[in-house]
Design a protein around this ligand. Structure first.
Ligand code: SAH
Length: 373
């Protein structure tokens, strides 16, 4: 598919042609990665962060209660993943140098030797030396979303740390060279994001030959500059990042008409599942999660919409309940009342209703394909 085709399909509004897109994505998903839904237990290690991303609720300058899980707490969550028969744990955090190289190395070694689970790291932009050491310790995958391929927009919403210039694409390439499976993704509907740039994002997924691609809608957090820019009832202190000459219809997310390639992408479930479906067509063998952000903007059906429009991965949250609400990268994200076990029962019921089944084993892209079943 060419970029112009992707762009055309992102702008599609005709119901029957959209139904064709969903059917095509679901067929390719079934043919290429099968009916198994791989379960990755998400452990949100720490909400300390040295970055000040304009979209994120755990940005450095927010005064919130911070936590960092202990080694034993992480191991408890990993053992819970084993009990629930998940094949992988994802260690995710803010960009927290308090999670030292040695600490992560030790954790990865312990998880590998004591549980045999596959380990995905999602710790932000860390040094190549650290990535190499963690790979040698046994980590198989690194997840680092490039968020948007529009360099100006990225710079505006993701300020550099001092003199260090962020280059997430270079880091992803380096991780692949070290033998990691690499994962990226974008937020759909970032204020200032154009359809043109979103089409480029999907092409970039293919060019980088990514093993994992996670896309969720941008969910405005009222206590962040970018959230304040789109939530009209909030003070607009942070709105200055937008130039007043930008003709963005910030308060009309999802309502825009007369779409054109340069206009604002809405942060809706519909637009997100268009991205998921097109990503499946362009990267047929990738592991693609139905994201928590999608389930947040459509609480009733978001998860299922992702899974029936191209996704084959689900990342249930295994963070201890006492920390869940503190890892508030956007509001409404946490199913704080559900324990992992309760959540798991609902998950199995959801999968059964869709005619899908929980994957067993690590579920890496290079593991044998289930094929046609
Ligand atoms: N510090 C790590 C992990 C960040 S949280 C890193 O930067 O890679 C994981 C993902 O949550 C981010 O990559 C981003 O895509 C998503 N995220 C953060 N804030 C969000 C928001 N307001 N709405 C939707 N997704 C958000």
């Amino acid at each position: 598919m060419k970029r112009s085709d992707i762009l055309f399909r992102l702008l599609e509004e005709d119901e029957s042609r959209l139904d064709q897109l969903w059917a095509e994505a679901d067929r390719v998903r079934k043919e290429r990665v099968g009916d198994e839904v791989h379960l990755r237990g998400l452990i949100e290690l720490s909400n300390y962060c040295r970055r000040d991303c304009l979209y994120c609720g755990i940005r450095a300058s927010r005064r919130i209660e911070r936590y960092r899980m202990s080694e034993d707490e992480v191991m408890d969550s990993a053992r819970l993943a084993v009990r629930l028969e998940y094949g992988t744990v994802v260690l995710q955090s803010g960009e927290d140098h308090g999670l030292t190289r040695d600490f992560i190395t030790r954790l990865v070694r312990r998880i590998k030797t004591e549980t045999g689970l596959a380990v995905t790291l999602s710790l932000g932009e860390r040094s190549l030396d650290e990535l190499a050491e963690w790979r040698a310790a046994g980590a198989e995958r690194y997840l680092l979303k490039h968020e948007t391929s529009d360099p100006d927009l990225f710079r505006r919403i993701h300020p550099d740390c001092g003199t260090e210039v962020s280059d997430r694409i270079a880091l992803l390439k380096a991780a692949k060279e070290m033998g990691y499976e690499a994962g990226s993704g974008v937020m759909v509907g970032i204020p200032g994001q154009s359809y043109e740039s979103l089409a480029r994002d999907i092409m970039l997924f293919r060019d980088l030959d990514l093993e994992m691609i996670g896309c969720g809608p941008f969910v405005p957090h009222p206590q962040t500059p970018l959230g304040q820019a789109v939530i009209p009832s909030e003070p607009r202190a942070g709105a200055r990042f937008l130039d007043s000459s930008d003709s963005l219809e910030m308060t009309e997310r999802g309502e825009s008409r007369n779409l054109s390639a340069g206009s604002q992408v809405p942060a809706t479930d519909l637009m997100t599942t268009k991205v998921v479906a097109l990503t499946r067509l362009v990267c047929p063998e990738a592991n693609i999660p139905s994201t928590t952000a999608l389930a947040t903007v459509n609480k009733e059906h978001g998860r299922e919409l992702g899974l029936t429009r191209g996704a084959n991965v689900w990342m249930p949250n295994l963070t201890p309940l006492k920390y869940r609400a503190l890892y508030e990268i956007y509001p409404g994200k946490a199913t704080v009342i559900d324990t992992a076990e309760q959540f798991h029962q609902n998950l199995l019921a959801t999968l059964a209703a869709l005619g899908r089944r929980a994957g067993k084993g690590p579920g890496g892209r290079r593991s044998p394909r289930v094929g046609r079943d």
